[in-house]
Write a protein that binds this ligand. Structure first.
Ligand code: SR1
Ligand code: MG
Length: 417
């Protein structure tokens, strides 16, 4: 094994020119390789390599957080977790992630399918594009991976082995624990909000005891509920789309956590897209886009719920299958009642996770382009302030909110204020 060395546009062909997996997909004549570095995420290098017969993506972890620099070291082993999460996601939700061609643990690199003409979902939503299949595709992905990675479905021995395997993804969990659940609610060193107009709202949120208690409770649920293998960072920047196709990428934050976390993070990103639309109206009104985004939240939740319920009825083969308690006694209602309890819990916690995700993307270190690309500062601040208010409401009142229509009515009211 060679010691780790970061790739560059200039060294990639020499370093990977003899890699059979890469050559078989793009051709072995390295003189014809064209290499671009396209990583725009917070952590890694991402190269697109085009050869005579095709193209591939080479993703390499760096030993530090790219967004911050080498003052924040981060282990290379996140690449190992990403690789293992991708293989499990492909098995549990076939066709939902890029195909993997090769994994090199010591170089922390994954060679995978180049998705083209896909673009990042966040970009599509900022541009006002309506994609007819995302709710279905993402709803199914979440239900299938979250159900099939849990004790509802897996043999308990396998699940416990996976729990142990992913338990070592400590540093990336630590990022989420601090950046999502704690930092936004005090004057943390890495916090930044780009609109000074938010200062008074930020002060209010940090003095809001009910909100801070809720954030602490959510952090506890996140850290202590090892229910299933999560994607761990399922936001609209971790999804690639065409007009009809959807693929999930980047599961380096994968670990065993609460089912509601992936669902909440994802829906929060749709709600942020919704609140940011007014900032992107330079080429025309975005009323239908706003309505579309709310419909997407309804449909995603509905597809998730329906598929999860279907799997509950047809694939509950794990340790949590209580056949002898219910079905064997002719009591189908008991199993349905247990399902309702579970979905209710996922619903309630999902709203909480969504609320804090909205806050951290506006107040913490890692912002999102939905708001950041709004050039007019006052307009950006107005959009952000509304999203913050919405996030606070759903996090604090999550036990009193009973339907996604109720959430969306609130979102629409706040947006129009
Ligand atoms: C320091 S990493 C900041 C954020 O980027 C990733 O995409 C995760 O969302 C993480 O919280
Ligand atoms: Mg990422």
């Amino acid at each position: 094994k060679l010691p780790f060395e970061a790739l560059s546009v200039d060294t990639l062909a020499a370093r990977l020119g003899a890699n059979d997996a890469l050559c078989s997909h793009i051709g072995k004549d390295t003189s014809r390789w064209k290499v671009r570095e396209v990583g725009d995420g917070n952590l890694n290098l991402v190269f697109i390599v085009e050869g005579a017969t095709g193209a591939a993506v080479v993703k390499q972890a760096l030993p530090y957080v790219r967004l911050v620099g080498d003052s924040w070291p981060l282990p290379l082993k996140r690449s190992f977790f990403e690789y293992h999460a991708l293989t499990r996601q492909e098995a549990r939700a076939p066709g939902s992630v890029p195909a993997i061609y090769h994994f090199d643990e010591s170089q922390a690199l994954i060679i995978m399918e180049y998705l083209s003409p896909h673009i990042i979902l966040r970009r599509a939503l900022i541009e006002g594009r309506q994609l007819p299949n995302i709710a279905r595709d993402i709803g199914l992905f979440m239900a299938r991976t979250l159900f099939r990675g849990s004790d509802l479905h897996m043999a308990t021995k396998d699940r416990k082995a996976d729990l142990a395997l992913f338990a070592d993804n400590v540093e990336l969990c630590d990022i989420t624990e601090n950046l999502v659940f704690s930092d936004p609610y005090f004057d943390a060193k890495m916090n930044r909000h780009t609109s000074p107009q938010l200062d008074s709202i930020v002060a209010e949120l940090r003095a809001d005891r009910d909100l801070k208690v809720e954030a602490q409770r959510l952090k506890h649920i996140f850290a202590a509920n090892a229910e299933t293998l999560l994607h761990g960072d399922l936001h609209s920047g971790s999804i690639m789309v065409t007009a009809t196709e959807t693929r999930m990428i980047d599961p380096e934050f994968a670990f065993y956590g609460p089912i509601a976390f992936d669902v909440g993070m994802l829906l929060a990103n749709f709600w942020m897209a919704f609140f940011s639309q007014r900032g992107h109206e330079q080429d025309g009104k975005r009323d239908t886009m706003r309505a579309y985004l709310l419909d997407v939240t309804v449909d995603t939740w509905s597809v998730f719920r329906t598929e999860f319920s279907h799997l509950w009825r047809t694939e509950r083969t794990g340790m949590l299958y209580q056949k002898s308690l219910f079905e064997d006694q002719g009591d189908r209602l008991g199993a349905e009642q247990a399902l309702d309890h579970m979905l209710h819990q996922v619903w309630t916690d999902m709203l909480g996770f969504a609320g804090v995700e909205v806050h951290r993307r506006i107040l913490g270190l890692a912002h999102n382009a939905d708001f950041e690309t709004i050039a007019d500062e006052d307009l950006r601040a107005t959009c952000e302030a509304k999203a913050l208010k919405f996030g606070r409401h759903i996090a604090v009142n999550r036990r009193q909110i009973h339907s996604i229509d109720e959430v969306n009515k609130l979102a629409a009211l706040i947006e129009q204020e």
